[in-house]
Design a protein around this ligand. Sequence first.
Ligand code: DGJ
Length: 735
Amino acid sequence: MLKITLKPKLFSFYLVPVLFTFFVTGLQAQTIIAIETRSNALVLKSEANKDLGTIYFGKKLTDKTEYEQVPGTYKQTEDYTRVLNAAYTASGSRNLVEPAISVTHADGNNSLDLKYLSHQRTQVNENIALWSIVLQDPVYDFQVTLYYKVFYKEDVIEQWASIKHNEKGNVILHKYASANLHIKGSGYFLNQYHGDWAKEMQPEESKLTHGIKTLDSKLGTRANLFQPPVFMVSIDKPATENEGQVLFGLLEYSGNFRTDLEVDYQDNLRIISGINNYASPYTLKPNEAFVTPVFLTTLSAEGKGAASRNLHNWARKYKLLDGEGNRLTLLNNWEATYFDFNEQKLADLLKDTKKLGVDLFLLDDGWFANKYPRNGDVAGLGDWEENKEKLPNGISSLVKEAKNNQVKFGIWIEPEMVNPKSQLYEQHPDWIIKQPKRAEHYFRNQLVLDLTNPKVQDFVYGVVDGLFTKNPELAYIKWDCNAVIYNAHSATLKNQSHFYIEYVRGLYKVLERIRAKYPKVPMMLCSGGGGRVDYAALQYFTEFWPSDNTDPLERIFMQWEYSYFYPAIASSNHVTDWGKQPIKFRTDVAMMGKLGFDIVVSHLNEKDLQYCKDAIKNYDALKSIIWQGDQYRLANPRETGIASMLYLNEGKSEGVIFNYLANNRYGAGSSAPILLKGLDPVKKYRIREINLYPETKSTIPADQVYSGDFLMKVGFNPELNLTRTSVILKIEELK
Ligand code: DGJ
């Protein structure tokens, strides 16, 4: 029995004890490698000449031996190169299309060919298997190992590559993708996202035409401000919520990424995804392993809903920090005070936190810096000592005060950044990312610290560690990141071409250290809104901030799109004063994820306050279903003007349905019932409206009973109209 020890240099992951490993060498003329999940198969074949190609990617076949017959059923035009379907396309030899990897060898030669050498499959536990396939260049001592980590039940496959050589000098990697997929279909429909500050996760769907469509980022950090690394591809025809074949893809990476979707001349779709090689040729020393980040796919034959539920299950169980754990409801002071606060104001807010009934008070930006006080976003960033004027008794007295009020205390930091008006800037000009001979250029009046420099990594780690050391009862961190990288250059890095990659490695090193010492403290991943949401970062964070735009009407749409890729427990949704909607609407929308408030509680009138307090109690009773339940999208606001989303517990006995009117034109409302999903057809259910505003009555009778069959075939009408724009329904099995 062979055991494998993997020690990726770039990204680490941990294997639970190996149960079973089998190993195959490439002595046979042809080898079929069928990587199967519960529903699907990704099948690779090593030909007689040892070229490794994808021969099938789709629903799994009952008889494994039949995969071999798949290629024969296609009568497409000639593949002149015989590597169009390569499992990892090398450039410079026969290839004519977009490569996954391209290199310059130690002797200056630019050609690479990769031949199948061996593979092995390790059963990690009853749900996870790890495949590794070794490819070798026949001429150069150059190897690529492809990894496929299969999460069987969730139909999820994580893929990455490890690149290594033993040449007589350094090799330059010009491209180093994580994954190279090859898909056959009669057409491909890409659902991609774009955005900007306060406009995150805007979807666009288009039919892919021949040639290459690239989704990428070159921002360095806060990398998905304009484009996140997630997408969907429907195969044959656009998939809907409940029908059609759809692939979700995403790169688990917090820096520059690049995904190329190429419809080739044979009409097949090639997807190549990895770190963006923009300005980043990588010098690889002999025997050093370059391990790429992980590219994830989940394929569904039952539409987007099933794909997203699989992804949520996977994320909560295997990726998101404490994904199956608890979360804290909170009151944040950002929009209540901005930078203008003092101890007295905070003491009042701590009382309000208790009065409202949430778990924690979160102190936002503005609490630090003395020489250049943080009284606006133009100064102080980098100087992480308490501002003596605002907080003469320091953070520790606030933590105590919170305890006196029986609430927890959390704090905002943005430790990767610096304002030019700061002591940090004055003392450590060489810690800052900037071009030595060029003018500085700012994003939100700030610059990014050079995380490629180990001293800066220590500093950033020290900001967090210092806070916890001084205040062991600190219960929450909001980690912000408000600038992109301009003038990418490190004062200390030897090879500037490694800058973008080393920056991300530096970030992960810091987060790794923080989590080693503080494994479970909840941390929100914030980036001036949702500029840095990805599954590599979410290994260290318990939740993310989708957007600074908290107008609930906008949030309905944004949260809807995020929900395809991230479970509700990860989405921090705060009730604020953005928009024109009443408090009920704002609170109801925020309840769809991890609930928080960012309002002046003392400004709420009596009924509004009562409403919030009751809603928080309801939320506390329902939160395990919202966080851990299965999510069914029932009515899409983009298609119907109504949003309806059901969260259902595992036993299908309890759920909550959030319904909103997302269009307020004359006569708008739910004129027809909305079909429910996921229920048990034979169970009897009672539906009643909750989150009623004080002194209002529901129009929905509370004593009506329906079968699951009825609710899924005929549906239920939440009776949305211009006077009932937000309706929350509790559904319960009648036992
Ligand atoms: C941007 C964040 O998204 C906001 O929530 C707030 O924390 C500000 N930064 C503070 O500067």
